[in-house]
Ligand binder design. Structure first.
Ligand code: ATP
Ligand code: MG
Length: 572
């Protein structure tokens, strides 16, 4: 039984012990599917009680190692049970957890561990050998725990064996009193627009995770829930661990990488009620073709949600038509910690809209110039946009529980995110007469051409609708007359030849749908697009490539090979 003071909030209590205390300890918290498990396998099962005792054991081990509250524990592993135990065990001990995406190479790992002042790293022997051993002397880490090693004799020099250190005797330790402002989770942003920033979140964030999980997902105790994001990204932690456990749901975690057929079979085989995924994954499902889902019963999937990039109206319609599922868009950021704008369960969806602010969140649009700088009234105050046609910067009334508390080692940058009590998101949107938000683009990405302000996403969605186009990136290049011209890079369906006729057809399709002013001036075919490992198109890189400018931070670029190779282009 944990004894909590009134003003104590600990994420481990809210996600685990609270359920055990209430007599739900034997409920299933997580079903882990390993790479070799079939999609309908029961997987490795963790009850809430098992999570409580294993996270207790992990927290005890940190104390034994002399790791003090507030110190940082980095995680670098695939989606295996001990990763989750370490994450929740860390916050249980009032240390700060920082999950890293396991596909990162040594450089991004070293950068983040140095920036985050890592005291402990939990990883696997293979990842340690391949990615960490060589950078070990450059990072501050005191202890490295190998989660797949139980015998200390098998742990390489300078590492510790999980099995030796973490002894689960079934006991559940009381959770220490935790001030809600105690730092709990450190997440790095995706690095889409520049070098990733370290956003620090407090235990208080759980209030927002729980409220949104209930209100947006309508997730309840006993529901089966699947979040496809890796805990290396904020979605995979806020909603891949914390939110759904806080309501007592059963999580499905799959260790394997994306595979359309496996995904449909997991949805059916695990009886998933609620599914949280991303536009990049939905696009991959669309390209795999609806036939893959044929014969797989998805009728149990009651609610599906998306985050990370704009969810196009086409993707929403495709889901309804081919899967019988309405994807509901949600908007938020690493910095916001939790969903801020959404299409909640049960509400009518306008395909293409991000929805409305969630419970307790006040969101608005602030007037900004074409450079994304706020425009102020004569008294120096920011100005709210009221015209439904007008574009503005998304701003949130500062002070919600999951708001980031700092950018690591960058106070000046943190302060620049706020004005007159608003947090400035850096994204531009419109708001219709019903209060629904429509994403326009990131302030850094929008294109100013011949007096129009154009979000690249609007153009990309249309290009992606062409049957031979599987992906696109749209950006502006300087032009003395128009200000900027719209250029597009597209990826073609495998096996399709980039003939001039095809490109002319894609161009004509864009002009038909968008009109000449908003269509790309130039379209070229590339082998692949620069995308972050979290699945977002890095338009800044396309632009820099074309203009011969420095490409900036590439630490989160997906894949080691060069990504672009212009084969042919047409110009309007
Ligand atoms: P960085 O800040 O390092 O450039 P990032 O902004 O991509 O990276 P994240 O915090 O992972 O890092 O992503 C948040 C951003 O993702 C939002 O600011 C927005 O631009 C985009 N985004 C998230 N959800 C949506 C959505 N539903 N529709 C449109 N864009 C979205
Ligand atoms: Mg960002």
């Amino acid at each position: 039984m944990s004894h909590l003071e009134v003003n104590s909030v600990n994420i481990a209590h809210e996600t685990i012990d609270r359920h055990v205390d209430a007599g739900h300890g034997s409920d299933l918290a997580i079903r882990f599917l390993s790479k070799n498990d079939t999609p309908d396998s029961p997987g490795e099962q963790y009850t809430y009680e098992r999570l409580a005792s294993e996270t207790s054991a992990f927290a005890r081990a940190l104390t034994t190692l002399g790791v003090a509250p507030g110190e940082r524990v980095f995680l670098l592993a695939g989606r295996v049970p001990r990763l989750y135990v370490a994450a929740l065990g860390t916050v249980r001990a009032r240390c700060v957890v920082c999950p890293l995406f396991s596909a990162f190479g040594p450089e991004p790992i070293a950068q983040r561990m140095a920036l985050g002042d890592a005291a402990v790293l939990v990883t696997t022997s293979s990842l340690y050998r391949r990615k960490v051993a060589a950078i070990r002397d450059r990072v501050p880490v005191r202890h490295v725990i190998l989660l797949d090693v139980d015998d200390p004799a098998a742990a390489p020099e300078g590492t510790l064996a999980w099995g030796d250190l973490i002894v689960d005797d079934g006991s559940i330790d009381p959770i220490p009193t935790t001030d809600p402002e105690t730092p709990a989770i450190l997440h790095f942003t995706s690095g889409t627009t520049g070098a990733p920033k370290g956003a620090l979140h407090a235990h208080a964030a759980i209030a927002m995770h729980r409220a949104t999980t209930q209100d947006v997902f309508a997730l309840r105790r006993g529901d089966v829930y699947w979040c496809t994001a890796d805990p290396g990204w904020v979605t995979g932690t806020s909603y891949g661990i914390v939110g759904p456990l806080s309501v007592g749901a059963t999580l499905v975690v799959d260790e394997a990488e994306f595979d359309a057929d496996r995904w449909y079979r997991i949805l059916a085989g695990q009886h998933v009620d609620v599914w949280y995924t991303a536009p990049t994954a939905i696009r991959m499902l669309m390209h795999a073709g609806a036939a893959v889902a044929a014969g797989i019963d998805l009728s149990r999937v009651q609610r599906a949600f998306s985050v990370g990039e704009p969810l196009s109206a086409e993707a929403v319609r495709w889901g309804v038509e081919h899967l019988g599922v309405t994807f509901r868009d949600t908007w938020w950021q690493t910095e916001t910690g939790a969903i801020m704008i959404a299409n909640p369960a049960g509400e009518h969806v306008e395909p293409g809209s991000m929805g409305r602010p969630v419970c307790g969140i006040e969101a608005t649009l602030l007037l900004a110039d074409s450079e994304g700088e706020l425009i102020r009234d004569p008294s120096g105050q920011v100005i709210e946009v009221t015209d439904p046609e007008q574009i503005g910067m998304i701003a949130l009334r500062a002070g919600w529980p999951s708001m980031f508390r700092e950018y690591l080692h960058n106070d000046a940058r943190y302060r620049r995110c706020f004005a007159d009590g608003w947090y400035l998101a850096g994204d531009l949107a419109r708001r219709d007469a019903n209060g629904r938000f429509w994403f326009v683009g990131r302030a850094d990405d929008v294109i100013k051409t011949a007096g129009h302000l154009i979000g690249p996403f609007e153009v990309e969605s249309v290009l992606n609708e062409h049957p031979d186009v599987t992906g696109s990136g749209v950006y502006g290049v300087p032009d003395p007359v128009a200000g900027e011209l719209i250029h597009a890079r597209i990826v073609l369906r495998r096996g399709v030849e980039p003939t001039e006729a095809l490109l002319t057809d894609v161009m004509a399709h864009a002009r038909r749908r968008l009109g000449a002013a908003v269509s790309p001036r130039e379209i070229a075919v590339v082998d692949r697009l620069p995308i972050t490992r979290s699945g977002k198109v890095m338009r800044r890189v396309l632009r820099a490539r074309e203009l011969g400018l420095p490409e900036g931070d590439l630490s989160t670029l997906e894949g080691p090979e060069p990504f672009t190779h212009t084969t042919k282009e047409v110009t309007a």
